[in-house]
Design a protein around this ligand. Structure first.
Ligand code: C2E
Ligand code: MG
Ligand code: MG
Length: 754
């Protein structure tokens, strides 16, 4: 029997050492306290092991000392553990008091050999061998009272905690409390029964193991379950848990309210979910689907996610479904996408989105024929200027609305920029009638203002759908730019001619530099005469002696360079030529003047005043001999700045001529503010007027007006003697036209004048 117990105690000691070490190494905060408590249980067991094995009184006494002092150590650590485990703060005073009592007890026990007041030993026979049993005296009673007192305090702490904690926490306390009580009762039994071998040491071992398990290893499942359950209930998503048979076993409150059932009606979950979201037959084990209920602004968006739940062995244990109401996020996202893809003013597609939609449409319908159209509002700037920007905005919105109502189904359209719109029309839906009726004009009304807007349409028929959409629109735009007769023609198609024109433009643009340096571009001089037919000057007009294409009139290259801005190079060259000629004439014909043309683009790309004044200074010419021809279109943008430039020219001594007067728009309106010296009236614009008498009246009025404003007049395009005479009678001062001479090279001109 003694041998068996010796084995059991040894095993207990080993187990307690292991628990103590593991508790010490654990990262839990309570680890060191648990390590101390489990370690403190070792001396009493060790003491008993010695007692069990001892065959002499001396060895037994050593065993009892280890046991008694060990018990103090146990009580000390137990108290410390109780405070920490139950999260109670120990006062400094209490700690000192208890420690003093333990010290007193140890001292009095150690004094036993001298006073024999604590305990004695009596020899009995156990297992045929001498066994030394404890005989307690007064000092032993003190030791017991102290240890039981501490035990009682510990029990009270645990009982208090057990009673005052929520039910879910009770497990933590009740298990330890129960074990403590059992061990204490067992130990008490042995103390009072005085049975030789103290079997309650087994209880110590078990107690140590339980302390270790519950403090370090144990995860309070019920507590966790309850916490997780509460967490799931508080989540905004609707959650449904199903067992392996697809039977709903739990749903959180958002889930219950989503399908409008109570906790007792979980049987209805599947049926209700199917009714609301349809039957989802995903083959994947886990899936996510988006679901919309309702339409338009009432639509609700949900995200459904199914997950499989597995047990510790990774076997399927059930599944859960989460349903998230994504409506707000979805709406915000849709609004953001809408804002990014739709024009704010008109609500039409933006250019980028339109191109994207067209790309998608073309690749989805490779066999279908489509047209791409570029729609431009004619003189939209004037609408803004004359009425207001608000009216302009209203006009654009009206156009957008009419595109929605008038275009056949299957068309795509959007706003490309300010007053231009892009369209994709199925070829089968397009007809000239449609284009003329819906796309060439529109009536804009706001309050009392009613305005008839004209629109031009450039159309490109898609032959190769692989071509980039932006190139298609470039082609449609090119077609649009060929509309010259602004009022009669509204629609132009991209064709080979236009393509050739594009190639031609590229071709001559690449050659301009060489043409200037090699002097292929030559100035021609068209004489200007006075009332008596005497040549007083000339207009310089560019001609190109092209090595490959022969003699080119300005109509072949000037518009190209005006569009791409290269006109600046050409004009600067022409201005220099004019200065060279004037400088050469200096002594021979000092009275002759030369007029040079300034393109509207020159104002954008160069400082015209600076350039020209620099030139006249370089060649030493009187600025009066160089006349500056500008057209009304120069004034169409940044009118104030442009006027300031013209004033600068005049201040520097140049004469400013308004070229092609009458061909633009608000000529008369502009005239009164324009800082010009000469009005060049183009006879061609009168050609539009059928009746001779009417033309004469208009001409007379313009001439009178210019005289009233103190502006000299020059009529260009005079072709007949009759015209010349009539104009002279009306008071026109200067004339230019084929009637006198066509533009000619310098030598011819010099001969003409001499
Ligand atoms: P523009 O400045 O109005 O020049 C007058 C144009 O009318 C010239 O055409 C001239 O040849 C033509 N013309 C003159 N008298 C008559 C006539 O009696 N009947 C008819 N039917 N036409 C007449 P051109 O030389 O072909 O020049 C056309 C336009 O090209 C010019 O119009 C001008 O705007 C532009 N241009 C010509 N050279 C230059 C230049 O060096 N720089 C710039 N920026 N533009 C130029
Ligand atoms: Mg001119
Ligand atoms: Mg002209």
């Amino acid at each position: 029997m003694r041998f068996e117990f010796a084995l059991i105690y040894t095993f207990m000691i080993a187990a307690l050492v292991a628990c103590s070490l593991m508790a010490h190494r654990s990262r839990r905060q309570i680890g060191s306290t648990v390590a101390l408590l489990t370690a403190s249980l070792i001396p009493p067991v060790l003491g008993n092991l010695i007692i069990v094995c001892a065959h002499t009184a001396a060895l037994s006494t050593v065993g009892y000392y280890i046991y008694f002092i060990g018990m103090n150590f146990v009580m000390y650590s137990l108290l410390r553990f109780a405070f920490e485990y139950c999260a109670i703060k120990r006062g400094w005073f209490a700690r000192c008091g208890v420690n003093t009592l333990f010290a007193v007890d140890i001292v009095q026990l150690l004094c036993n050999p001298f006073f024999n007041h604590a305990f004695g030993l009596e020899e009995i026979i156990a297992d045929d061998a001498p066994y030394f049993r404890l005989v307690p005296y007064f000092g032993q009673a003190f030791h017991r009272v102290l240890d039981y007192g501490i035990l009682a305090v510990t029990l009270i702490i645990f009982i208090y905690k057990l009673m005052h904690s929520p039910r879910i926490y009770s497990e933590r306390y009740s298990v330890i409390l129960g074990t403590m009580l059992c061990t204490a009762v067992w130990q008490t039994f042995y103390i009072f029964s005085r049975t030789p071998i103290d079997r309650s040491m087994i209880g110590f071992g078990v107690f140590g193991l339980l302390i270790y398990y519950f403090s370090i290893r144990y995860r309070p499942r019920r507590l966790l379950d309850s916490m997780l359950g509460r967490l799931a209930s508080g989540m905004p998503e609707a959650l449904f848990f199903f067992d392996m048979n697809n039977k709903c076993i739990w749903a959180n409150s958002p889930g219950l309210s989503l399908i409008d059932i109570t906790e007792d009606e979980l049987d209805k979950v599947c049926e209700k979910l199917t009714g609301m979201f349809g039957a989802h037959t995903q083959t994947e084990r886990e899936w996510t689907v988006r679901h919309v209920i309702g339409t338009g602004s009432d639509a609700k968006y949900y995200v459904l996610e199914k997950h499989i739940l597995t047990d510790d062995n990774l076997r399927d244990a059930g599944q859960f479904l989460s349903i998230r109401d994504n409506t707000d996020e979805e709406r915000r996202l849709r609004q953001e996408i809408y804002n990014a893809t739709h024009d704010r003013l008109t609500g039409l597609y933006t250019k980028e989105y339109l191109y994207e939609c067209i790309r998608r449409r073309l690749s989805a319908n490779p066999d279908r024929k489509y047209l791409v159209a570029f729609l431009n509002v004619k003189n939209f700037k004037i609408v803004n200027d004359i009425f207001s920007n608000a009216f302009g905005d209203h006009a654009l919105r009206t156009i957008a609305k009419s595109l929605h109502t008038d275009l056949p189904k299957g068309c795509l359209f959007g706003r490309i920029s300010g007053d231009t719109f892009g369209l994709l029309i199925p070829a089968s839906e397009f007809s000239m009638e449609l284009a003329e009726a819906s796309l060439s004009s529109i009536v804009v009304e706001q309050g009392t203002v009613v305005y008839h807007l004209l629109m031009h349409l450039g159309v490109y028929e898609i032959i190769d759908p692989e071509v980039d959409v932006s190139v298609m629109f470039d082609r449609a735009h090119l077609a649009l730019s060929t509309i010259v007769d602004e009022y009669q023609t509204h629609i132009a198609f991209y064709n080979d001619e236009i393509r050739d024109q594009v190639l031609w433009n590229q071709h001559i643009s690449s050659q301009l530099k060489t043409a200037i340096t090699e002097r292929q571009i030559v100035p021609y001089y068209q004489p200007i005469v006075d009332r008596s037919g005497v040549c007083v000057g000339a207009e310089m007009l560019a001609r190109w002696n092209h090595p490959e294409h022969g003699f080119l009139p300005p109509s072949r290259f000037i518009p190209v360079f005006e569009r791409n801005g290269m006109i600046v190079e050409l004009d600067k060259y022409m201005w220099r030529c004019a200065c060279e000629t004037l400088a050469r004439w200096g002594d021979v014909q000092p009275e002759l003047f030369l007029s040079v043309n300034i393109s509207p683009k020159d104002f954008y790309f160069t400082d015209v005043v600076e350039d020209i004044t620099h030139l006249v200074r370089e060649y030493g010419i009187a600025p009066r001999r160089l006349r500056i021809e500008i057209t009304e279109t120069v004034m169409m943008t940044e009118a104030e700045d442009r006027m300031a430039i013209l004033r600068e020219f005049r201040r520097a001594g140049f004469l400013v001529e308004m070229d092609d007067f009458g061909s633009g728009y608000s000529s008369l309106n502009l005239l009164k503010d324009m800082p010009v010296d000469v009005l060049k009236i183009d006879m061609k614009f009168l050609g539009k007027t059928d009746e001779e008498a009417k033309a004469t009246t208009i001409m007379r009025n313009i001439l009178n007006l210019s005289e009233d404003l103190g502006i000299a007049s020059l009529t260009e395009g005079v072709e007949t003697e009759q015209q010349y005479r009539t104009l002279a009678e009306m008071g026109c001062k200067l004339f230019q036209g084929y009637h006198f001479a066509k533009p000619m090279p310098i030598d011819d001109f010099e001969r003409f004048c001499s």
